[in-house]
Each structure stands twice: as C-alpha cells, then as structure tokens.
Ligand binder design. Structure first.
Ligand code: DQA
Length: 155
C-alpha cells in the first residue's frame, strides 16, 4: 500500500497557550508560528497539525495516523509523563515517531525526566524551543523516506 505523503504533528495539553505561557521556558513563538516552522521543514510532505487538551482526542488522532500518515511528530506535553493510553496508541503504529519537546526535560524537575512515549518513539528531540519542531519534522521526513525505500524494496 503506498504511504500517504503526510506527517502528523500532534500537540498535547496547554500548548495552545504557547507564546504567553511561561515564555522564559517555552519561548515567545505561538502555536501558529510552530505550525509555520513545521510546514517549512516538511519539504514535499504535507503537514497535519493539531493540538488538544484532551487525552482521548490525542489517542484518537494517534490511531488515525496509523493509516493517514507516513510519520508522526508528537509533543505529548504533560501527558508524556502520565499517559499509558498514549504509549499504547503509539506502540500500535508501524510508522516512525519522533517525540518533541520545546524545553530540555532533563534540565527541569525530576518528574519531567520520564516520558512514557520515549521507549516507543524512534527518537527524542528536546530543548531547542520552537526549533525542536524544525529538527523533529526533518527527522520524521528522513525516517519516512528511508522507510518508503525499504518498503518499496520489499514489494
Ligand atoms: C513540554 C514539557 C512538558 O514537561 C510540559 O508538561 C509541557 C511542554 C515541552 O514542550 O517542553 O507542557 O512538553
């Protein structure tokens, strides 16, 4: 089955407040600015960019990515530290997954050092502010292309 040339970028709780929320930690860029960064980094892939404060909605979107996306970039925000449901949804994917955080989790409180998502992700990018999304989408594009080549060879 041909892969859709689409990368899903999913954002968890409170990221709708980017730009005004603790700007010393998360920066001055808004979520709309972050979307523009993702679209610029996506090359010939289309970006589906969404944010929700609701765990179940995020789970639904991760499931949707199983058939609709070639790769997933996800900033689970606080749910990364708490959500087994999101871990299980990510584990059900066969596409590459790049976990992305604006802040450097490991330079912050101990409870932010653990993410349920990381063991199921292809990799983790954190600490570059809005630039984390640029790097994460570039990584997702590369992984999606590599997977496409590998899948084509196996047909
Ligand atoms: C965050 C880090 C999380 O610990 C926090 O709960 C967030 C944002 C980040 O992008 O740095 O909401 O995911």
């Amino acid at each position: 089955m041909p892969q859709p040339a689409v990368i899903y970028v999913l954002n968890g709780p409170n990221l709708n407040l980017l730009g005004t929320r603790e700007p010393d930690i998360y920066g001055h860029e808004t979520l709309a600015d972050v979307q523009t960064i993702c679209e610029a980094a996506a090359d010939d892939f289309a970006i589906v960019f969404r944010q929700s404060n609701h765990e179940g909605e995020l789970v639904d979107w991760i499931q949707e990515a199983r058939t609709e996306a070639a790769a997933l970039v996800i900033n689970p925000a606080a749910y990364g530290h708490t959500s087994v449901a999101m871990l299980d949804a990510v584990k059900a994917l066969s596409i590459p997954v790049v976990e992305c955080h604006l802040s450097n989790l490991f330079a912050r409180e101990a409870f932010r050092h653990h993410s349920f998502i990381t063991p199921a992700a292809s990799g983790l990018i954190a600490g570059f502010g809005a630039g984390s999304y640029d790097l994460a989408v570039r990584a997702a594009v590369k992984l999606a292309r590599e997977r496409r080549v590998a899948t084509d060879r196996s047909v």
